[in-house]
Design a protein around this ligand. Structure first.
Ligand code: AMP
Ligand code: GLY
Length: 426
């Protein structure tokens, strides 16, 4: 089969690497891709947000049998609906189902209606009413722009002053554009050991009938060590989550995952694809922080390398609604991904820096923002590379990933030194 993966980043490179292992895959394509995806796939220089251009390309390439739509924005825009209408088989939810990520207000409403545990919240379209509510509730409090905002539309406010300033930024100054036309205001959840609580990402395959959680992972969203600095798209991940247990998985399946799948079905929004549960262990049990309608980035970089089953088999089973027929198996041990970023990210940074790569042992480089210029590998984004290593446990995987990272360099390269050590005590 010939498979096209839509997206440019580390997540897409990780999906392509997993698909490459499939005996049934003949040729891979990536739209638009990066220097890493070009090594294993044909990069297609078409803007995936230009639906007409994507359709034109797909019509002109009937040899493409299957299409994976990986990023949130084309899913929210309904690219899967358009491609399916052309008779193409796809992995990814349709527009109606993708709303679980593209509107936080919708996701909260759904959880309220179906009693899925999450932080208490109210949604506002009026700045004055939102301000009144914030003053009534006091700090700490969490503000969330309703729409897609590159993972940056959430403010955890420690003080009332911060919350009032944040509200102004989102609703009046439109810091996240139209994503801030509506705002969700939430209680700040406390954890068993920390505030905010301990977080775990659970990606799950679902065909709307069956839902199968993958191995768990933990992300590091802040730019600097000790969870300091600005929120980013993710500075590193590790798998599995240290506090996850079989008992917890059973409980989460019963209280969160199955109820979410059923709720979406009941609302006429059957979800087929990868449903991402951002969960928090709180002093009142496991709760949903957010849903994503897609594979996480950089979670995918530590989850898919551990998959033993053929990924294309799983994808097709989701499309055919036969997921219950597939046995999905995982390797034991652990996996760590350290993201190497451009100096300055997530604020302004320079591109086009030449990347030097020395001995990386048995680690794998997952490309995010890279390109080839004058036959040289150069930086082409904020998050540039993910250094992924496996080990018998997180400690071993961590040490391999960091040994490899030390042998990679470019001007002003920046990475966190503490990926994989949180929640160590379980
Ligand atoms: P989100 O984009 O919704 O995942 O939020 C980004 C981050 O903000 C999460 O990963 C949490 O660390 C934090 N966060 C979001 N909602 C809450 C909440 N209600 N209580 C505490 N922390 C939160
Ligand atoms: N790593 C978080 C996300 O993909 O949204």
């Amino acid at each position: 089969m010939n498979v096209l993966v839509i997206g440019n980043g580390g997540r897409e490179h990780a999906i392509l690497l997993a698909l490459k292992k499939s005996k049934r895959v003949e040729k891979l394509y990536c739209m638009k891709g990066n220097a890493g995806t070009a090594e294993i796939a044909e990069n297609v220089n078409v803007d995936y947000m230009d639906t007409e251009a994507v359709k034109e390309y797909v019509s002109a390439h009937p040899e493409i049998d299957y299409i994976v739509v990986a990023p949130d924005d084309p899913l929210a825009a309904g690219l899967v609906d358009e491609l399916e209408a052309m008779g193409k088989r796809c992995f990814g939810p349709n527009k109606a189902a993708a709303v679980i990520e593209s509107s936080k207000a919708y996701a909260k409403e759904l959880m309220k209606k179906y009693k899925i545990p999450t932080a208490e919240s109210e949604t506002f379209e009026s700045y004055e009413k939102a301000l009144e509510y914030v003053r009534k509730k006091g700090a700490p409090i969490v503000l969330k722009a309703d729409g897609l905002a590159l993972g940056k539309g959430v403010l955890v406010c420690e003080t009332l002053q911060q919350a009032e300033a944040g509200l102004k930024e989102i609703m009046l100054n439109k810091a996240f554009g139209t994503a801030g036309n509506k705002i969700v205001i939430e209680e700040c959840m406390r954890g068993l050991k920390y505030t905010p609580g301990e977080e775990v990402s659970v990606l799950a395959f679902t065909d709307g009938k069956t839902i199968v959680p993958m191995i768990t992972s933990c992300d590091h969203k802040r730019a600097n060590d000790g969870d300091k600095g600005l929120n980013t798209g993710g500075m590193g991940t590790f798998s599995p989550c240290p506090f996850w247990t079989e008992k917890l998985e059973k409980q989460v399946m019963k209280t969160i995952m199955i109820p979410t799948m059923k709720a979406l079905n009941a609302e006429g929004r059957k979800f087929k694809g990868c449903l991402y549960f951002g969960l928090m262990r709180t002093d009142k049990g496991m709760k949903v922080v957010e849903y994503n309608s897609r594979f996480g980035d950089p979670e995918t970089q530590v989850v898919l390398p551990m998959l033993k089953t053929d990924l294309l088999d799983v994808f097709e089973a989701v499309t055919e609604e036969k997921l219950s027929d597939v046995k999905i198996e995982w390797e034991g041990g652990a996996c760590v991904c350290v993201v190497l970023a451009s100096g300055g990210y997530p604020e302004s940074y320079e591109k086009g820096k030449e990347i030097e790569i020395g001995d990386i042992g048995d680690a794998t480089l997952i490309h995010a923002g890279t390109a080839i210029k004058d036959n040289k590998l150069v930086t082409n984004g904020g998050r540039v590379l993910g250094v992924v290593a496996k080990g018998k446990d997180i400690e071993e995987a961590r040490s391999k990933a960091y040994s490899a990272a030390e042998n990679i360099s470019w001007e002003n390269m920046h990475y966190r030194k503490d990926i994989g050590i949180k929640y160590r005590e379980g």
